[in-house]
Design a protein around this ligand. Sequence first.
Ligand code: F3S
Length: 415
Amino acid sequence: MLAGDFGPGVRKAMEIIVALGRIYDAQRLVPVGSAQVAGVSYRNLGEAGLEFLREWAGQSARVRVPTTLNPAGMDLHAWRELGFSKSFARRQEAVIEAYRRLGVRTTCTCTPYLVGNVPRLGEHVAWAESSAVSYANSVLGARTNREGGPSALAAGITGRTAAYGLHLDENRRATLRVVVRCPVRTLSDFGALGYLVGQAARNRVPLFVNPVNLVGLEGACSGGSALFFLRALGASMAASGAVALYHVEGVTPEAGRTDVLASDHETLVVEDLQPAYDALNSDAHKNGNGNGNGNGNGIDLVWFGCPHASLEEMAEVVRLLNGRRVKAALWITTAREVREQAEAEGLVAAVEASGGRVVADMCVVVAPMQELGFRTLATPSAKGATYVPSHAGLQVRYGTVEQCVRAAVTGLWLG
Ligand code: F3S
């Protein structure tokens, strides 16, 4: 591949893999079972990124392992109804087309594991998108570094990655022991805990010991609603820090290793989640500079589905709405395939009957949200609340799913 026997596009991909291997002193390459590629929203890529992809696709490069795609900057079907401009839509479609030519499955989601890209325990993969990386490593026990967009695509094209970082046993041991002394009960509690631990951990590997206060986590890795808690925890630690792998005693698959805790680990004790709730609510908003509607508590948009929502999460929002109409916009972002299942199960109709939307393919953080006129957003996602102010330019309110549904119905953040 490096010699160019498979064409210039494959050579370029292998050059990226080899360069990374040299930087990180990798001793070998490992085959990867799948890739998850970031760098999809035209808002982030711009013309230079689009040209880069087109050139690669024009060099006859094709992925050789199943490769899925991160969220785009708009719903690829309903962009017009949602208010995205035609000029943005055309460029976004061109990005998707370039990926399609590269052989990438163009379902645009940060939860590829909900739509069939599910790595096995111990399998090497090359994933970008921090919450998906965290889920693959921690909950599924697969092995991936936090790839960038080009390196994940290069791994998809070559079917290989360099064996360094989290591909190696020794780097998967915990270096931060976490003791939680306060109860952690709700989705937003898990996000708040993740926010605090991620800040302290940076890129270390946390191990949550004796997790009796992590209420409802039992059996999480075998499915059920507790999986959302793990997703929220991992996504949040990946956003406030750069945590790509964590373990929870008695819950996640590698926590039972006898050598899971490195001898030179440090210990973090979490006594109170309130500092995270305070930090995740935008300052300007708290001071009453709301959305210009004369009330500092005004909410324009309530966002569920960060990471992309599962059917169970949608059903929970529908249950809490209980048929009431919303005053603020309510969006549930999800994968296209999950939206289709939700449509079949009547969940989309139920959300729409309340005036909300189930939006596919996209992520609010990478979308041109200000162009749509939104200024204030409420979400139960700590990752969303971390990124929305800086990336999407909106002020944020962070709280429980119940608080967010109430905000949607009233148009106000009532705390
Ligand atoms: Fe997914 Fe966007 Fe949240 S990529 S995890 S919906 S910030």
